[in-house]
Design a protein around this ligand. Structure first.
Ligand code: F6P
Length: 362
């Protein structure tokens, strides 16, 4: 049976990471007497000049962290150890150093808590002989196999509350309020928060929009006596025939990855220009990732963490825990990253929104 386990949080943070860390460590220690270590700052923690930055996780060190946002271990989304940014440009493959450091630490299995990027790295390292068990995390909810990732519910809660608040000020000023939410190439946050917040228009990457269709629906609302309208825009949404919009600065000084952003302001300008409506754009940004996890995410993260611990103890290799219906199941990590899980444009959720009069702009 496994004896020394490491836990790592990778990619963008989200509410519930600490709940998973607590559940994994506590279950492994209490149920199996397995030693647990936390790797600091994702894979960066294994590549430090002075050696690996790991620390023991004990029942005492994880006590009280359940409701805390962020991750006590820190995280990094600087890219893959197979292509780490090199000083002065280009990338370098540092996967062998990772494997050496884990061997030096005598780690049997790494519990990786991450999204598609972290799972892809885990699958590659698994092929090179490092054993991984995955826990699916991301506010974007874009991982296959699992019905939902933890962090998503908390993000939707924040976005919904923002929409709720915008309704009253929109009404007072007779404005069209545009809310840009995160989600990368998936429209899950926009769709769920839009429905929960009673939005009038929801623009998602999976349904390219035509601005004249959006404007027609807003004008129709105004003519029918509605004082205001709410438009929820996913950061990855794009007009038909155009690509998604990006901010010109790269993700970090170390990475060439591009950051989505700007579509909310663009839509606000386009609507104002087309029909003269008084528009204002709100970009929610990282408030969707910060703060305490919702009760749903605390429970899901705890269930995922406990299930991952039991998987580790059973000797599982390259598996990821997932929620399927009411049950926690496990699947091959490679199956979860085969492609992103996107909103079905003809699915029940989109059809329900359309039945309520929501325009998707296409
Ligand atoms: O993947 C989670 C996410 O919050 C996306 O929704 C968003 O596009 C991205 O991360 C932002 O990343 P960063 O924290 O690097 O700005």
């Amino acid at each position: 049976m496994a004896r020394r386990i490491a836990v790592s949080t990778g990619g963008g943070d989200c509410p519930g990471l600490n709940a998973v860390i607590r559940a994994v460590a506590t279950t492994l220690i209490r149920d199996y007497g397995i030693e647990v270590f936390g790797i600091e700052t994702g894979y960066d923690g294994l590549l430090g000049r002075g050696g690996a930055r790991v620390r023991p996780l004990t029942e005492a060190t994880v006590r009280g962290i359940l409701p805390e946002g962020g991750t006590i271990l820190g995280t990094s989304n600087r890219g893959s150890p197979f292509a780490m940014p090199r000083e002065g440009g280009g990338t370098v493959d540092r996967s062998e150093e990772i494997i050496r450091r884990l061997n030096d630490l005598d780690i049997d299995t790494v519990v990786t808590i991450g999204g598609d990027g972290s799972m892809k790295i885990a699958a590659q390292l698994q092929d090179l002989g490092v054993n991984f068990v995955g826990v699916p995390k991301t506010i974007d909810n874009d991982l296959l196999i699992t019905d939902v990732t933890f962090g998503f519910d908390s993000a939707v809660q924040v976005a919904t509350e923002a929409i709720d608040r915008l309704h009253s000020t929109a009404d007072s000023h007779h404005r069209v309020m545009i809310v840009e939410v995160m989600g990368r190439d998936a429209g899950w946050i926009a769709l769920h928060a839009g429905i929960a917040g009673g939005a009038d228009v929801i623009l998602i990457p999976e349904i390219p929009y035509a601005i004249d269709v959006v404007v027609t629906s807003l004008v129709k609302r105004a003519r029918s006596g509605q004082k205001s309208s709410i438009v929820v825009v996913a950061e990855g949404a794009a007009e038909a025939g155009a690509g998604a919009m990006y901010l010109d600065r790269p993700a970090s000084t170390h990475s060439a990855a591009r950051r989505l952003g700007g579509i909310g302001n663009q839509v606000a300008e386009d609507i104002a220009e087309a029909c003269g409506a008084d528009t204002r754009a709100t970009v929610l940004g990282h408030v969707q990732r910060g703060g305490s996890p919702s009760p749903f995410d605390r429970v899901l993260a705890t269930r995922f963490g406990c299930a991952a611990a039991h998987l580790v103890a059973s000797g599982a290799k390259g598996r990821m825990v997932a929620l399927r219906g009411a049950d926690i199941i496990d699947c091959a990590i490679v199956d979860a990253i085969a492609k992103p899980k996107l909103v079905d444009p003809d699915g029940e959720l989109v059809r329900a929104a359309r039945s309520l009069g929501v325009s998707f702009g296409g």
